[in-house]
Design a protein around this ligand. Sequence first.
Ligand code: NI
Ligand code: MN
Length: 234
Amino acid sequence: MNILKGTKVTWLGHATVLVEIPSGLNLLIDPFLEHNPSYPKDFQLPEQIDYVLLTHGHMDHIADAVTVAKKHGSTILGIYELTSYLTGKGAEKTIGMNIGGTVSLPGVDVTMVEAKHSSSMQEGNQIIYLGVAAGLVLTVKDGPVLYHTGDTSVFSDMKLIRELYAPEVLMISMGGHFTMGPKEAALAVKYLEPKLILPIHWGTFPPLKGTPEQLAALLPDGKIVARVKPGESM
Ligand code: NI
Ligand code: MN
């Protein structure tokens, strides 16, 4: 698809997305593989995954982060508290950052933006604070601007994200219950004005009832909602 200008975006179920950019860099967002009911089990990840990018510390977003990073030689990028926590869990290479900041990687700038959500891990009956939840904007050199919302409600400052970065490809959580549902996601699309929409964080578990069809029905004509199965690329 022309909007993607050579960047390959593959949905791997839930919020897990593989982004392969023309510079040769491979990025895996929110790896939830082994216990993800919608992960395509026969999918072959690329041998080289340069960066594992994390939106927040909930288990359904970081479950396989350290395992993938060790196996594929990846650097884990996330909010500071989360990368510190994962260092304690065996992560060897990390980049801790925070909301509003940008990290320049070869061929892509990664900006951490706001999300309205929580971020923690439960160990026994302890809740461990892992910073706040975030979204990620990927500005690919000579390519598209991609925005992975992470888990979030809709918020009016999405207009700032539009003004600052103008994302063309929107990976939007829209299953409801823990994140936006279709109604809220439709308003987020109005604020962000993307050209291409990939619905994520839906269908994985019974409470996540929102569907891409429901979202598409709420959008004006001309908005493209990708209908891909886990393991398929846009
Ligand atoms: Ni979450
Ligand atoms: Mn989640």
